[in-house]
Write a protein that binds this ligand. Structure first.
Ligand code: NAD
Ligand code: ZN
Ligand code: ZN
Length: 347
């Protein structure tokens, strides 16, 4: 088969590799019908994720058809159409029993396209298939389902639910990429009074408006803290969500929350960010961090099926699997191309 193989920083190729085979009896082999690229794949290609070694097949999001299953797989059957989630769950360890699948101690967590070969391929081996795939409900397209493999549960769990968004809240989201937009879409479920999107790119702020932000701030030339304070009687936002992953945006996000408010960090940080406790200690804020667990995937599947979330809004570009080079190019130049999520399908 063919797959996107990582060959060290800056290097990848769509090339011939051996077909995956069942190793453990809880594995399934899934034929990839639709797959996408994540911002995290771009981080990997920059060399920011050293756990990804040369020869690794990238990708941690897919929709596919089950081709074979190990003897220990009980619920997933050959021919089933499934969502392959970014998080794999052994289902039995302490964290899995608590729904914290991202922290799985039994060989799961974020492993696809990271510690084992991933989904940017014609086929993928999915460990713990019973607890790591989701059956695809009727009436939802592959494009829509694919958005539930990573970005939607991430924005919803690590942003909206960790941030305790409540009806009437003012929610400020720093960074309007796919993750920030997911946090905006998830926040809307709770009827906030205002959703403020903050980004440096006007293309991304335009997308934020489409996704439900009613106030957008381009902080390349506007003081976001002053704007948010002016809107909230000098208090700040009830919930401030960080969806970028650099020190400046973490520090900005902590300054946006009101006393007693929630600060939910989603961004993956590669370097230290200052925590200004000298200002924050007296403000009763709650700061949360997290890796997505995907415990919300069944809920989000029902919301997509019930048309309560317009999930296909994310998909801006389509390609076939053999056009992976073009897809990476378009996705990596998002500010120019307007790309949010690109979907690659079998020809
Ligand atoms: N916690 C998790 O489980 C998890 C899962 C997936 C992704 N992530 C992380 O979420 C973050 C966002 O992901 P994404 O795919 O949306 O990324 P992205 O790069 O597509 O979007 C980031 C956005 O932030 C904006 N931005 C950059 N610097 C800014 C600044 N100083 N002020 C305001 N806006 C700024 C960019 O213009 C861009 O629109 C990344 O760090 C990613 O690794 C976390
Ligand atoms: Zn991802
Ligand atoms: Zn586990």
């Amino acid at each position: 088969m063919k797959a996107i193989v990582y060959h060290g920083p800056g290097q990848k190729a769509w090339e011939e590799v051996p077909d995956p085979v069942i190793i453990d009896d809880t594995d399934a082999i899934v034929r990839v019908d639709a797959v996408t690229i994540c911002g995290t794949d771009l981080h990997i290609l920059k060399g920011d994720v050293p756990a990804v070694t040369e020869g690794r097949i990238l990708g941690h999001e897919a929709v596919g058809t089950v081709e074979s299953v190990g003897a220990g797989v009980k619920n997933v059957k050959v021919g089933d159409r499934v969502l392959v989630s970014c998080i794999t769950a052994c289902g039995a360890c302490r964290y899995c029993r608590e729904g914290s699948y991202g922290q799985c101690l039994g060989g799961g967590g974020w492993i696809l396209g990271h510690k084992i070969d991933g989904t940017q391929a014609e086929k993928v081996r999915v460990p713990f298939a019973d607890t790591s795939t989701y059956p695809i409900p009727d009436g939802v397209s592959d494009d829509q389902i694919l958005m539930l493999a990573d970005i939607l549960p991430t924005g919803y769990e690590v942003g909206v639910l960790n941030g305790h968004v409540q009806p009437g809240d003012v929610v400020a989201v720093v960074g309007a990429g796919p993750i920030g937009l997911s946090a905006i879409m998830g926040s809307k479920l709770f009827s906030p009074s205002h959703i403020i999107a903050i980004d440096l790119a006007d293309t991304r702020l335009a997308a934020a408006k489409e996704f439900g932000a009613d106030v957008v701030i381009n902080n390349s030339h506007v003081d976001a803290v002053a704007e948010v304070m002016a809107m909230t009687g000098g208090l700040g936002a009830d919930v401030a969500i960080e969806a970028v992953g650099v020190p400046a945006t973490f520090e900005l996000t902590t300054r946006l929350a009101r006393p007693g408010g929630h600060i939910a960090n989603i961004g993956v940080h590669g370097e230290p960010a200052a925590l200004h406790l000298e200002d924050l200690w007296i403000r009763n804020v709650t700061i949360t961090t997290g890796l997505v667990d995907t415990y919300s995937t069944p809920t989000l599947l029902r919301l997509a099926q019930g048309h309560q979330m317009n999930v296909d809004q994310f998909v801006t570009h389509h390609f076939t699997l053999d056009q992976f080079d073009d897809a990476y190019d378009v996705f990596s130049r998002a500010a120019d191309t307007g790309a949010l999520k690109v979907v690659l399908t079998r020809a």
